[in-house]
Design a protein around this ligand. Structure first.
Ligand code: 4NP
Length: 152
């Protein structure tokens, strides 16, 4: 079965688009066939492109995410995706709370993939400066690298 991975943060404009991009990048490097998408637990930014600071951070690392569009997680995601990764504990709790009884996805915290970082959040860079977005990129890239290795 082809892995299908959904990355979920709050707004789907800062962290989860970076996680999706990093995962797509590392999957391509390893020749792993996988589907990927990202979503938010909130709908505030539905239909919007990623935050300009996320777009710049991804471009700096050679990846264009300007065509991504935010959306809210929906019930069908729980059977469409084999894995759903939350970027922090609050979003993990909300994902678990709305999961339907027939959910088939494995639901986990993204940083649990990184040895020594289990239980940690990818901190929300939204209210900070550009450096926070680079920190987020490094964290989601490390997790993506481990995830590709797990799925390959
Ligand atoms: P994200 O960051 O969850 O990483 O996309 C945020 C984006 C928007 C808001 C909060 C966090 N907001 O409150 O609008």
């Amino acid at each position: 079965m082809t892995p299908a991975v959904l990355f979920v943060c709050l707004g789907n404009i800062c962290r989860s688009p970076l996680a999706e991009a990093a995962f797509r990048h590392h999957a391509a490097l390893k020749g792993l066939a996988a589907e990927a998408d990202s979503a938010g637990t909130a709908a505030y930014h539905a239909g919007n492109p990623p935050d300009p600071r996320s777009i710049s951070t991804a471009i700096y690392h050679g990846i264009d995410i300007s065509h991504y569009r935010a959306r809210q997680i929906e019930q069908t995601d729980f059977t469409r995706f084999t894995h759903i990764f939350a970027l922090d504990e609050d979003n993990l709790a909300n994902i678990r709370r709305i999961a339907p009884a027939h959910s088939t996805a494995q639901i986990a915290l993204l940083m649990d993939l990184v040895p020594g970082r289990e239980g940690q959040a990818v901190a929300d860079p939204y209210y900070g400066d550009a450096a926070g977005f680079e920190t987020s990129w490094q964290e989601v890239s490390e997790a993506a690298r481990h995830l590709v290795r797990c799925l390959a």
